[in-house]
Design a protein around this ligand. Structure first.
Ligand SMILES: [Zn+2]
Length: 330
């Protein structure tokens, strides 16, 4: 299989093209952009300015979508210790959080002294959604360039529950721990509004409604939320504009008692469903759902190409996949 000689994107990735040197169009586009560090600084400054404007005006400054993985753990630390924000950590329990990740969350939120809410929807509901996500092509191909179908359903819950909670609790910021490869710098500081959220929510809600109808309602924004544009928060993923070094992150969060779970796949430090979702995605679309993220990390020099290829080629843990399938009744 042909793979970009600069990053790790394979020829099976949607809309990829290679030049005569074997470099992909994503890499060529990135090269033509302005100085990366300068761009990052711009977003960091923007974030600092907005934080200054809103900090301390509400009982909680920022809600952090907390998966218990290394990146969101580090995001909690940064926002609490470096930006001095009062935080609320919110975890969406999809029924597949690694027990070690749950322990990590407990330790970290206690050490950093942060309020923590865990929302765990009924498993029967989640099961229906995950099974449908596994079987059908629920989402557009474009949506599945960045994540598997199961992951996309799960992230939809995380996003809408975070947003909904922030609006209800008058919290001006919602932060995510996306790595610089997972989400673009361009959207790293973004003011939301009803129109924007309505249109993004619709795509997912329509898909999920086909499976579970009105049962989806409690987890998404409703018409009364959309009537309060002044309460719509800023979304941010600070790891896009801060220094990102995986080793340094792991070193830091170990200080809070965080331990790497040994039951998850190499691309996740919290979710047991991920290995199954990845395997399915590779069978259905012939590229790894983490390819774009890892390519981004390699392109920006955060990860070596060798390490990136290693992660994408590592076989899934079959024991875990077997357990997941059983739990989903597949
Ligand atoms: Zn490339």
């Amino acid at each position: 299989m042909k793979i970009c000689k600069n990053c790790v994107l394979p020829e099976t990735f949607p809309n990829i093209r290679f030049n005569e040197d074997g470099i992909c169009n994503y890499c060529l586009e990135f090269k033509s952009k302005k100085n990366w560090q300068e761009e990052k600084q711009k977003y960091l400054n923007r974030f600092k300015t907005i934080v200054k404007e809103h900090k301390g005006k509400q009982p909680i400054d920022c809600l952090v979508a907390y998966s218990g993985g290394k990146d969101s753990t580090y995001t909690l630390y940064i926002l609490k210790e470096q930006f001095n924000l009062r935080l609320l950590a919110l975890t969406f329990d999809n029924g597949f959080i690694s027990p070690k990740a749950l322990k990590n969350m407990k330790k970290v939120t206690e050490v950093l002294d942060i309020d923590h809410i865990i929302i765990k929807p009924r498993f029967e509901l989640l099961k229906k959604i995950f099974v449908a996500s596994a079987k059908k092509t629920l989402y557009s191909k474009k949506a599945l360039e960045r994540a598997s179908s199961i992951c996309t359903s799960c992230i939809a819950f995380v996003k809408s529950l975070s947003l909904k909670t922030a609006i209800e609790k008058h919290i001006p910021f919602v932060a995510f721990g996306w790595s610089p490869g997972q989400a673009p710098l361009l959207s790293s500081v973004l003011k939301t509004n009803p129109l924007l959220i309505k249109s993004t929510q619709k795509v997912i809600e329509d898909a999920l409604r086909k499976i579970v109808k009105d049962e989806i309602k409690p987890y998404f924004l409703e018409s009364h939320h959309f009537k309060k544009p002044e309460l719509f928060p800023y979304l941010t993923h600070p790891l896009a504009f801060l220094e990102y070094n995986e080793e340094a992150i792991l070193e830091k969060i170990k200080q809070f008692g965080w331990e790497r779970p040994d039951d998850t796949d190499p691309n996740s430090t919290n979710c047991l469903l991920n290995a199954f979702a990845n395997k399915l995605h590779k069978e259905q679309f012939h590229f790894h759902p983490y390819a774009l993220e890892i390519a981004g990390l390699v392109r920006t020099g955060i990860m070596s190409r060798e390490e990136g290829l290693k992660r994408l080629n590592q076989p899934e843990n079959l024991e875990i996949i077997k357990w997941v399938k059983k739990r989903l009744g597949l």
